[in-house]
Write a protein that binds this ligand. Sequence first.
Ligand SMILES: C[S@@+](CC[C@H](N)C(=O)[O-])C[C@H]1O[C@@H](n2cnc3c(N)ncnc32)[C@H](O)[C@@H]1O
Length: 255
Amino acid sequence: MIKPNTLVMLVSEKDKTYFRVVKEEGSLNTNEGMIEYRQILESNFGQQISTHLGKTFYLLKPTLYDLVKSVKRKTQIIYPKEIGYILLKLDIGPGKKVIEAGTGSGALTTALAFMVGEEGKVYSYEKRENFSQLAQENLKRANLQHRVEFFNQDIAEGFLQQDVDALFLDVRTPWDYLEHIFKAVKPGAPLGFLLPTTNQVITLLTHLENGPFYPPEVVEILLRRYKPVPERFRPQDQMVAHTGFLVFSRYIEKK
Ligand SMILES: C[S@@+](CC[C@H](N)C(=O)[O-])C[C@H]1O[C@@H](n2cnc3c(N)ncnc32)[C@H](O)[C@@H]1O
């Protein structure tokens, strides 16, 4: 049975998805009919539920992938294909403290908050108040907002934390803020950057070369999807050709 105040995901046979924190009373209205919250609370994850019009929905616990994919967005977001690698490279796990900027719509924030657990913390900086607000709503919907401290602030002013375990920048000119990184992270801390153009990558590499940084890694992650039809198994006709380049390094303290 599902407990009240649990975040659930309902997916129709037409692949329309709804997220809800289920209360003791109330209902979900869909284009294919209504589902009472009571029906959800009396069910288990992995089961089917029918609307009052007899349409079938799958009741599922949202995965981190589902949460990231479904953030309401007003900015470009970082996609799951990049996020998976970012989490590994930054060594994000329970208890870790991590800084990110800009928050944007909060897609990466969602993944970081999910991974740091109840003991960890995400410090998320965003200069535009409307984006910071949107991200906070997205984190609230995922029930992860308490793991994040949001700062509606330009990182040109620096970071307020010290000794954090990792840092990620998704801003247009990250090289402008490298000097602030040294004061905020532990020596040896993994650092990551997302940049949409090669020009930006080259400028960043030039700056990293002249600073106290571990030799950088630059990657681009391509995801090729396949049509899951056994009789005609082949790649999908179209594919997202480019999202961004990832640059990773580490801060090395000078003696
Ligand atoms: C592409 S979006 C970030 C998307 C986010 N990583 C996500 O996954 O949803 C870039 C954000 O950086 C913010 N930004 C740019 N420069 C900044 C700065 N100097 N300080 C704080 N935020 C900044 C922008 O306002 C924008 O919202």
